[in-house]
Design a protein around this ligand. Structure first.
Ligand SMILES: [Zn+2]
Length: 306
């Protein structure tokens, strides 16, 4: 049985920080975006959060050895099919229609979980892949004890963050070119990711998931980690104290995720967007997302999460 805590929601919502923070508990293995293990990590030139190229990192080399005899051809196609938004919406019909492929997809997912669990002594694996389809698939695997954190962040912060572009730089943790995105596209993706995650939450036991706002985690990590601790039956008090004191965190072996994993990681609440976002952009973003934002407790007054 694999105990998995899945972080779901939109990108740039603070999942890298939350993932690394949780990994500072000695019973937790924080894997970042585990969905990218074949695409960006194993056999690739990516860098691990421990500061080494994956090819020099003992953890990932041990994982790779355990998966060497497996055939990973076609894995990305299977993932695209079964971790898509459509798969999340149409479960279980989606898997029923493609039973053989579904079996193969889940068996490959299980192999990766087994490999990372075998290498570590952790009792809980954190997967910060965020994709709702993957959450749905994991939640229905009989040998996975599944928990979910729906991490949500003010859409205006995401619009500001995604208005900048980045060039691929593997040693700095940027896995591919990141183009600047338009406000409307960011808002559409934000709505889609959060509504689909809400859909998945409704389909699992209410005792197995919580919703967490990035703003609450960043300003009150003690309370946020207490809630997560109650969810997964672990005590994160020591980690929360470390975060609150601004002490840099141990970064573990996150092989894929935000570039932040390659820097010194400590709790530095990022509300810079409230000062910098153009007024018109803020107004458009609120017009497109405000109805859903209110449901999550956000208010129009910039920077206030009520
Ligand atoms: Zn490493």
């Amino acid at each position: 049985m694999y105990k998995v805590l899945y972080i779901a929601g939109d990108g740039r919502s603070g999942s890298t920080l939350l993932n690394i923070a949780l990994g500072n508990h000695d019973q937790v293995l924080a894997m970042g975006e585990l969905c990218n293990v074949h695409r960006f990590v194993l056999g690739q030139e990516n860098w691990c959060s421990c500061g080494l190229p994956v090819s020099d990192c003992d953890f990932w080399q041990s994982v790779e050895q355990r998966l060497l005899c497996r055939n990973s051809t076609g894995t990305s196609g299977l993932q695209q099919r079964f971790e898509s938004n459509r798969a999340a919406l149409l479960w279980p019909w989606w898997h029923y229609r493609r039973q053989a492929e579904s079996f193969e997809y889940r068996s490959r997912l299980r192999e990766v979980l087994k490999a990372v669990a075998d290498v570590s002594r952790a009792s809980l694996i954190v997967d910060a892949s965020k994709l709702p389809g993957r959450a749905m698939a994991l939640s229905l695997m009989p040998d996975v004890e599944f928990y979910l954190v729906h991490l949500v962040r003010d859409a205006r912060a995401l619009v500001w963050s995604r208005s900048k572009s980045w060039k691929q730089n593997l040693s700095q943790g940027i896995e591919a070119d990141v183009p600047a995105r338009s406000t409307s596209l960011v808002c559409a993706n934000w709505c889609k990711a959060n509504l689909l995650t809400t859909w998945v939450r409704r389909r699992i036991s209410k005792h197995r998931s919580i919703r967490l706002r990035y703003e609450d985690f960043a300003t009150n990590p003690v309370d946020s980690l207490r809630r997560i601790g109650q969810l997964v039956q672990l005590d994160f008090t020591a980690v929360a104290e470390r975060l609150q004191a601004g002490v840099p965190l141990e970064k573990g072996h996150t092989g894929s995720g935000n570039r932040m994993r390659m820097q010194e990681v400590k709790l530095e609440p990022d509300f810079g967007w409230t000062q910098n976002i153009p007024q018109r952009t803020e107004a458009i973003t609120w017009a497109l997302t405000g109805q859903i934002m209110r449901r999550y407790g956000y208010q129009r007054a910039v920077g206030v999460a009520g």
